[in-house]
Design a protein. Structure first.
Length: 466
């Protein structure tokens, strides 16, 4: 416990993220035994401690399932400081709450524009000694802003003490991709450019912006889920085995994947917007923000050179799921070509978890050889998480384990890749809600076509894009 943070300060304590995710995570951490330190909320809401505790209880009743005994213990740990992030008096009050702390962890669940003011004021109030800084995404809007934020943080903190959260990495099925790759001998035999024809990653949502139009219209799909969540999935698929399992060895291999990817250009991207998006509250009537994006990436490493990686994500698609399909090269045709398709490995991350193999077999009952594609499901289970993603990443940050957090070089490499296509100059194609994006996406189609996921209750086959 010597390396464990002895206080947890979270800025933005009255915000939406705290209400929906952080309080439930804190209760779960307490019940699991990974939280037993003061929890100090900081916000400008005009509240007192009793109101802050009432907010926490309401959060748990709505989003976490309040446990009376656990909440009693959590309530005893809660502290509250009310004030503006630019006011030194706020941080003097925080310093008094932290007077017995020797290794606090400061969690910035606030807009990036306020980071610099908070960091400077933490220094002046003496709250930074041996401290850790946990930073909520988005970490910048582009390469230049990400570099600026890194400079702000690294002027006052060592990189080893900065924990940039991407809660997606706290999800067990995402981490299972690495275990599946490196804990099974058979995977290495074909997981390379000699056998893999293409890899595609799909993150589909069957809903729109859900009242978050003003936020989303400043963000778009590439910034919202591709540059962070789906690049993390890609790195788990493409990384080399780390020589050790310590955080730096693992993060070294992930950073190497991004360094091997050339920056995108316009022909490698299709952007789309679902019809009706511009009528959403907070969305500009002439918005050019994408609600769908498809990307073609090259990973110019020794293992993957020549293998295209396709990423597609969007809102108002036919279902909500995240799925990976690795299509293998076709075998030599010694049987009739009719029915002979590429083998593939399919890995679904959500809403259920599945690992399946697509293969070719002989049609039963025939006297002559006729083949057909079938799918063998090796593993299928519901997504019941053993640990919520925020519980996992916050527990790791307090313990000082940086494995699941983005390092400075990783963040900047990810932005470098997408930076050239973030402007509004790339064409925008419209699509009907509940379809697989604009027809123009076929211009960026993987060999053999897009592999469109089906619902969890009918996962046996997937249809090619129409």
């Amino acid at each position: 416990m010597d390396n464990h943070s002895d206080a947890f300060v979270f800025f933005g304590a009255t915000g939406d993220l705290a209400y929906k995710k952080i309080f439930p995570a804190l209760q779960a951490m307490l019940k699991r035994g990974s939280l037993n330190v003061p929890v100090i909320g900081v916000a400008k809401a005009g509240w007192n401690l009793d109101q802050f505790k009432a907010r926490a209880l309401d959060s748990l009743e709505k989003h976490g399932g309040a446990d009376p005994e656990a909440f009693r213990k959590l309530s005893s740990l809660l502290r509250y400081v009310d004030g503006d992030y630019g006011d030194p008096a706020t941080f003097e009050a925080l310093g008094r709450e932290l007077q017995d702390s020797r290794r606090p962890a400061h969690y910035l669940a606030i807009p990036p524009a306020t980071f610099e003011s908070v960091v400077e004021n933490l220094k002046h109030c003496g709250c930074m000694t041996n401290a850790r800084m946990i930073v909520e995404k988005p970490f910048g809007r582009d390469l230049a802003s990400a570099r600026h934020l890194n400079k702000v943080l690294l002027r006052k903190f060592d990189e080893k003490d900065v924990f940039r959260i991407d809660h997606y990495l706290g999800k067990r099925p995402v981490n299972n991709l690495v275990v599946f790759r490196f804990a099974n001998t058979f995977m290495e035999s074909f997981w390379n450019r000699n056998y893999v024809e293409s890899v595609q990653i799909t993150m589909a949502e069957d809903f729109g912006v859900q009242g978050r139009g003003a936020f989303y219209d400043q963000t778009g799909t590439i910034r919202d889920v591709i540059q962070n969540h789906l690049f993390q999935v890609l790195c788990n698929l493409a990384m080399e085995p780390p020589v050790r399992t310590d955080s730096e060895s693992v993060r070294d291999e992930k950073a190497k994947v991004l360094k091997a990817i050339p920056a995108l250009n316009e022909k490698d991207v299709i952007r789309g917007q679902f019809l009706g998006y511009r009528e959403e509250k907070g969305v500009a009537p002439d918005s050019k923000t994408e609600t769908f994006a498809a990307l073609k990436l090259k990973v110019n490493s020794w293992r993957w050179q020549g293998v295209p990686f396709y990423i597609r994500a969007g809102k108002q698609l036919p279902l909500t799921t995240t799925e990976i399909v690795c299509r293998l090269r076709k075998p030599p045709a010694i049987f009739p070509a009719e029915g002979l398709t590429s083998n593939y490995l399919r890995m679904r991350i959500s809403p259920d978890v599945a690992i399946a193999m697509g293969m070719t077999v002989m049609v039963g009952g025939e006297t002559r050889i006729i083949t057909e594609p079938v799918e063998m499901v090796a593993s299928a289970q519901p997504t019941a998480e053993h640990m919520d993603a925020y519980e996992k990443v916050l527990s790791d940050a307090l313990a000082g384990d940086a494995t699941l957090f983005a390092r400075e070089d990783y963040v900047e490499e990810a932005w470098r890749i997408v930076d050239p296509v973030l402007g509004k100059g790339t064409p925008l194609h419209f699509y009907e809600p509940q379809t697989w994006g604009p027809p123009a996406v076929e211009q960026l189609s993987p060999p053999g076509g897009w592999h469109n996921p089906l619902t969890a209750d009918n996962p046996a086959k997937s249809a090619r894009a129409a």
